[in-house]
Design a protein around this ligand. Sequence first.
Ligand code: NAD
Ligand code: ZN
Length: 266
Amino acid sequence: METTQSPSMNQSELVKVAELLSRSKNTVVLAGAGMSKESGIPTFRGKGGLWTINGEPPLNQYEIFLDDPKKWWSEKFTPNNKEDSFATALDQSKPNDGHNALVQLERLGIISHLITQNVDDLHRQAGQISITEIHGNRYWIRCIACNSRWPKNSISIQKDLLPPRCEICNGILKSDTVMFGEPIPPNLLQDCHDATRKADLFLTIGTSAIVYPAGQFPIMALEKGIPLIEINPETTPLSEFTKINLRGPSGQILPELIKLISENQV
Ligand code: NAD
Ligand code: ZN
């Protein structure tokens, strides 16, 4: 259970994290929905999150898709007048200062890999290169048989030939976004394992880290004795194990860290 703490920017802890980052050549990040809060996208969990307010959606979404993929795709072509404020927020979002700061940390040779649970594409739009979108990307399509991925706008889907099929293996195509009950593509999990194994510092940002399998990577880092840093306005189940917790919004804390790192370098 998460407890709320008043956000505070503890300067000495910020300086300690900036020092740890400056010395690191292999920081791995696990980012979650909180990362995109300052881009206007609500979180699901945490204070004010959509599920915290409305409850969780059905857990068998993938089973429903597999039972009748044609129906699922047909619904995509059916005009839906129901206002979906979450989809609108995603469509209108732009990377925030936190996303941009992570790109700078990658360019400085500090962040070696970013594992994101977000499906919003904002890390890519900001310019992050080494990235695993462990829950997929809402602007991509994936084959459920061979796991090939394509940007949505690069393939044409014919309404009278549903479900669409993979041009490589004839498998069924679906939105790349991972549904409840759907296994994460094994190649993505392998990339996350490989990155975490080589990490010298591990940052969890804007995530409650309770969604598995993404949540296993900070645990793996802990088991390997890699220092864990958390950036989140609230405590999470991981907080008691982290070396330093920076309490506050990532869109504010990450740029502060960049400022400290650049000051130290001059
Ligand atoms: P989550 O479980 O990782 O919880 C969100 C966390 O963000 C909470 O711990 C909360 O305290 C923290 N947070 C809130 N505001 C913050 C801020 N300004 N800065 C830093 N941290 C902040 O994520 P979730 O919301 O429960 O979502 C579950 C899954 O649903 C995600 O893993 C993702 O796949 C999907 N999702 C994606 C998006 C997106 O793409 N932007 C948004 C919501 C949910
Ligand atoms: Zn295929």
